[in-house]
Design a protein around this ligand. Structure first.
Ligand SMILES: Cc1ncc(C[n+]2csc(CCOP(=O)(O)OP(=O)(O)O)c2C)c(N)n1
Length: 558
């Protein structure tokens, strides 16, 4: 039966179980939006900026372990969405970006807002698919979702010329491909089991691909816990994946993220076997490519990642396993723990003690504003076991990683690569995806005025995140880097910000607002509001540059 291409696309999205699309409308794709609105089979969330829409789709991709979907208009719309694409690409997050395009007959003329997408997106997407033949529209979507979700996940762009939507087609919906799960070779599993059995001081890193497996199948969490307990293995969640292991579990071996505190990393470096389970091994995780050292790691190194292109790309692992990490966990459990696994108890306890000491809720007052540590410690007391925490990029987030004892039922969302502007949109997406659960966003004053306007989207769609703004009147992270590199230069110069009253700003949107001027100002009431978003505006110390560093001493605190 003949139908319009727009309808075929809508049915294809439905077949891929898309229930929500984040967008900023554009004239280039009204042909598709009008059909989507008419069918009403999925929610169109109209955002205030394409970066906001993009980050919401990234968050959705992370929350579902399926591609999140955003829709933007040609040149200008896409350009605004680039930061989210960059983030999804680096963070290995599945995402499909639908982009309206000029009419096919005008392609190449530099028609209004035309862009060469294959050139522009070459280094921020896994694939760019231009739909030239309207009969291939559904096939294009099926390929986009499959590519976005398989191997190393990432963003895929689908380019939709504006003249195709009303054309008629006889093509059927191209149905979704089954999810591909790859297991380890049994000889590799045997070798890993032998290496682990022989190891006195193993280190088990768990990262993004493990998290994707957990989201797809929550029982993976129990398997991981059992492996750690039966095999007596310390588990270290990697950069911005803290929810993979309970911070208070006695086998928690310390967080392997950006700038691990000296005491922790010194002990970690005594390992005799590093196993990266579903961690791509990024710059922050590898401690700026020093642990392990490329290309030859300083200790035996096992790399498990569901994509052979990635295993061996930078390091020469002792054993490379291009498969789903959860399958490795299950395979090891089946083989059974070595009889002398308890020989590692002292090693695991030692790592855990350093972590617990660092997690201690200790902080000291400052002279120029609130020590953000106090706020984060207070928030931690109010977090539900299934709360979502999002952070934007900035030094205020170091307090979140230091002082929040993440639990496995909690959800953490941020741009792993550290793109500013992610915190608020991700909170909106999480609140939509996880109704009736707490969603708390931590933002800096810098990031707030990048995408904070998406609080309007929260209000429009009736979701109520709690937004905590650390206002130190500067781009603090950069101030710190500048100070560390050039201590003789005036602190804050080049990074100072003149801010609005964020409480008044929040109220103008219809949100509730609380101002914190002192560590003793309570924020408990932020958790009681529940009927609209709450913004907690903290007048934060600039001298307390991060959870680890204070200006006057110029030294790490611990
Ligand atoms: C989109 C983007 N622009 C610039 C940067 C570089 N950058 C990293 S952190 C930071 C400052 C963040 O300032 P703020 O949000 O106020 O948090 P603070 O560091 O003061 O806690 C900047 C500019 C970035 N990571 N992402």
């Amino acid at each position: 039966m003949s139908k319009s291409v727009a309808r075929l696309l809508a049915e294809s999205l439905e077949a891929h179980d898309v229930d929500r699309i984040y967008c900023v409308p554009g004239e280039s794709y009204v042909g598709l939006t009008s059909v989507l609105v008419e069918r009403n089979s999925m929610q169109l969330v109209v955002c205030r900026h394409e970066s906001g829409a993009g980050f919401m789709a990234v968050a959705d991709g992370r929350l579902r372990s399926r591609a999140g979907v955003a829709m933007v208009s040609r040149g200008p719309g896409l350009s605004n969405a680039m930061v989210a694409l960059h983030s999804a690409h680096h963070d290995c997050t599945p995402m499909v970006l639908l982009i309206g395009h000029v009419e096919r007959r005008d392609v190449g003329r530099q028609a209004l807002q035309e862009q060469n997408y294959s050139v522009l997106l070459a280094d921020t997407t896994k694939l760019v698919i231009e739909v030239i033949d309207p009969d291939q529209a559904s096939e294009a979507l099926a390929r986009a979702f499959h590519t976005a979700e398989s191997g190393t996940p990432g963003p895929v762009a689908v380019i939709l010329p504006e003249d195709i939507f009303d054309l008629e087609t006889e093509e059927p919906v191209d149905l979704p491909r089954a999810r591909v799960v790859s297991g380890p070779r049994s000889e590799d599993l045997d070798r890993l089991a032998d290496m682990l059995a022989a190891s006195e001081r193993p280190l088990l890193l768990v990262g993004g691909a493990m998290l994707a497996d957990v989201v797809a199948d929550p029982s993976v969490t129990d398997d991981l816990n059992r492996l750690s307990e039966e095999w007596v293995l310390p588990v270290s969640p990697t950069h911005r994946r803290p929810q993979l292991f309970d911070a208070t579990h006695p086998n928690y071996g310390g967080y392997m993220g950006i700038r691990v505190p000296p005491a922790q990393i010194a002990e970690m470096k005594n390992t005799d076997l590093m196993v990266a389970l579903g961690e791509r091994m990024t710059d922050p995780v590898s401690q700026s490519y020093s642990f392990p050292t490329p290309p030859e790691p300083q200790m035996p190194f096992v790399h498990v990642w569901p994509d052979a292109n990635e295993v061996g790309r930078i390091w020469r692992p002792s054993l490379g396993m291009p498969c789903n990490p959860s399958e490795v966990v299950r395979g090891l459990l089946k083989r059974g723990a070595p009889p002398d696994a308890s020989k590692r108890r002292g090693w695991v306890d030692g790592l855990h003690k350093i972590h617990r000491d660092l997690l201690a809720r200790e902080w000291e007052p400052t002279t120029d504003g609130v020590n953000f540590a106090a706020i984060v410690c207070e928030v931690d007391k109010h977090l539900d076991p299934d709360a979502t925490i999002t952070t934007d990029a900035g030094n205020f987030a170091s307090f979140v990683h230091r002082y929040i004892g993440f639990r496995q039922g909690q959800v953490f969302l941020a741009s792993v690569v550290g793109a500013m502007g992610s915190g608020m949109p991700m909170a909106v997406a999480a609140a939509l995806r996880r109704p009736n659960t707490q969603v708390v966003a931590f933002l800096g004053d810098g990031g707030t005025l990048m995408t904070g306007n998406e609080i309007a989207t929260a209000i429009q769609y009736g979701v109520n995140p709690i937004v905590i703004i650390s206002d130190n009147a500067m781009y603090g992270t950069i101030g710190m880097h500048s100070y560390m590199r050039y201590p003789e230069r005036p602190f804050m110069d080049g990074t100072r910000l003149t801010n609005p009253d964020f409480a008044a700003w929040a109220r103008a949107f219809g949100a509730e607002a609380i101002t914190i001027r002192d560590e003793s100002d309570g924020i408990a009431r932020a958790f009681d509001v529940k009927t609209r978003p709450v913004v907690v505006h903290c007048l934060t110390s600039a001298l307390q540059m991060s959870a680890w560093r204070r200006y006057s001493e110029g030294e790490s605190l611990p």
